[in-house]
Design a protein around this ligand. Structure first.
Ligand code: PFF
Length: 485
């Protein structure tokens, strides 16, 4: 069915660039600079990176396109978009579960995301202090990180501030406020990462980093690594929880979805790889990769570089400040689906809905705050609270959501409908997309799950124990210790 042009009640992106910036802002975040390096280190490098990139191209991009066109056809929050599309396709109402599960995962991810983003705020102020006091550097990076994690009140304070900043932008409406930050600050962050890659080249360990990241050791591929790589692809591209679907709802009809998805995917993987190239030479030089990086990998490696670079404190300030902004633009997209839904279904204004969602997420985030200190010994399936949230959300629910979205776009929506959305695409490209989304993505996600059934309730990192000498480098409170079991 050919769709006439129609607008979303939540507003519309002003241009293709606005959408690309917002969606790239969603994709590029802690997933690229905090999560990619540490999961890569825990999975042993090259083989993981290769599978991750494969998942991005073969599973991620087709599903991103599916989310964009589904959102654009529905023009509402994901739940109501799915409701409309299932009705139009005479399909079962169960498909709206994609929207519900998306909201749930959004809550889960945002709750720990906000706490980690709080670390970036904390580091930003630490570098301000270093500059103001004229200190040499921040001191021992491991100790600084350990003392931050050991202090629940500090973590809670930063988590609160970050949630408030996120709610403020969502309350104002997505486009205002977001566009400027992404347009100017994201290229700056990228440039800074390139400077750090330049620094990495001077450490004498750049070649080792290249080998570590890009030379696959296929003996390291285990079901756990497959699942981690696939989960990372979904997490990094913001897929599987209908966040991109929510943004797609505000996309004007005359904008080509295919090339737009490619741009976002390229930017996202580009930032992850450049972050890897910046961080691994430093990590290898300081012998920090041997036991898997631990959740604080980025936060404990880069300060070594800032400590020894000239003007390092200014680079440190810029880096963590910009990383906070990158996290912010991602967090905004995590919050958008539930807020849009509340606005549609209740009498709450956007502002009130943003506050309600922020409070709920904030409360859940307390579990993550305590995971690094008071609750660090409470484990389920060998994972603490935060690790369980991250594992279940990224490695289980996002891929499952993606699987359902692929099946919906490939099998439930008619060929005429998807062709209408992708009318600007060449017939062959459209054919490839439809084949990927109908067969390849669902089958691959299914196979990875099948291979990983044993991993789903065991610790996916159990074979990656941290050797004794690295363990001693970690301070008492750090989570690096947690992964030592
Ligand atoms: N893609 C974001 C990142 O890499 O940091 C995280 C994220 C945002 C995941 C939005 C999921 C999402 F819906």
């Amino acid at each position: 069915m050919v769709r006439e042009d129609n607008d979303s009640r939540h507003g519309m992106w002003s241009s293709r660039l606005a959408f690309v910036l917002a969606a790239t802002g969603s994709a590029v975040g802690l997933g690229n600079i905090w999560r990619f390096p540490y999961v890569t280190a825990e999975s042993g490098g090259g083989a993981f990176v290769l599978i991750y990139l494969f998942c991005v191209v073969v599973v991620g991009l087709p599903i991103m396109l599916a989310e964009i066109i589904m959102g654009r056809r529905g023009r509402q929050s994901p739940i109501n978009t799915l409701r409309l599309l299932t009705k139009e396709s005479h399909a079962s109402g169960w498909w709206t579960l994609i929207g519900w599960s998306g909201m749930l995962v959004g809550f889960m991810i945002l709750s720990f995301y906000s706490v980690i983003a709080g670390w970036t705020l904390s580091y930003t102020t630490t570098y301000v202090e270093v500059i103001v006091t004229g200190a040499e550097g921040i001191g021992d990076p491991q100790a600084i990180f350990g003392s931050l994690l050991g202090n629940p009140w500090k973590l809670l304070g930063w988590h609160t501030l970050f949630m408030a900043l996120t709610a403020a932008i969502v309350a104002m409406g997505v486009e205002k406020g977001l566009e400027r930050s992404v347009r100017i600050l994201m290229p700056l962050l990228f440039t800074l990462l390139l400077v750090l890659v330049g620094y990495g080249m001077t450490t004498g360990y750049f070649d080792d980093a290249l080998v570590y990241l890009f030379k696959p050791d296929f003996s390291r591929i285990t079901p756990a690594v497959l699942l981690d790589a696939m989960g990372q692809a979904f997490f990094s591209l913001s897929l599987g929880m209908a966040a991109i679907m929510a943004y797609g709802a505000y996309l004007p009809r005359n904008i080509p979805a295919g090339s737009t998805a490619m741009t976002i995917g390229l930017a996202d993987s580009g930032v992850a790889l450049v972050a890897g190239l910046a961080i691994f030479p430093i990590a290898i030089a300081n012998d920090l990769t041997t036991g898997g990086g631990g959740v604080g990998f980025t936060f404990t490696t880069l300060p070594y570089a800032f400590n020894s670079m000239s003007f390092g404190q200014f680079f440190g300030l810029a880096f963590f400040g910009l990383l906070a902004v990158a996290a912010w633009t991602s967090a905004i997209s995590l919050m958008e689906p539930p807020v849009a839904y509340l606005v549609e279904r209740t009498r709450l204004s956007r502002f009130q809905a943003a506050i309600v969602v922020a409070i709920a997420v904030w409360l859940l985030g307390i579990g993550t705050v305590l995971s690094f200190n008071a609750w660090s010994d409470y484990k389920l399936f060998d994972r603490n609270f935060q690790e369980n949230m991250e594992f279940i959300a990224s490695n289980v629910l996002l891929p499952l959501g993606g699987l359902a979205i692929a099946i919906f776009a490939g099998w439930v929506l008619s060929k005429a409908d998807t062709r209408d959305e992708l009318h600007e695409m060449k017939a062959a490209t459209y054919g490839i997309w439809r084949f990927l989304v109908r067969y390849v993505s669902p089958i691959l996600v299914f196979l990875v799950f099948l291979s990983a059934i044993g991993v789903l309730n065991l610790n996916s990192e159990s074979d990656l124990a941290m050797p004794a000498e690295t363990e001693s480098a970690a301070t008492e409170e750090t989570v690096m210790e947690d992964s030592a079991e």
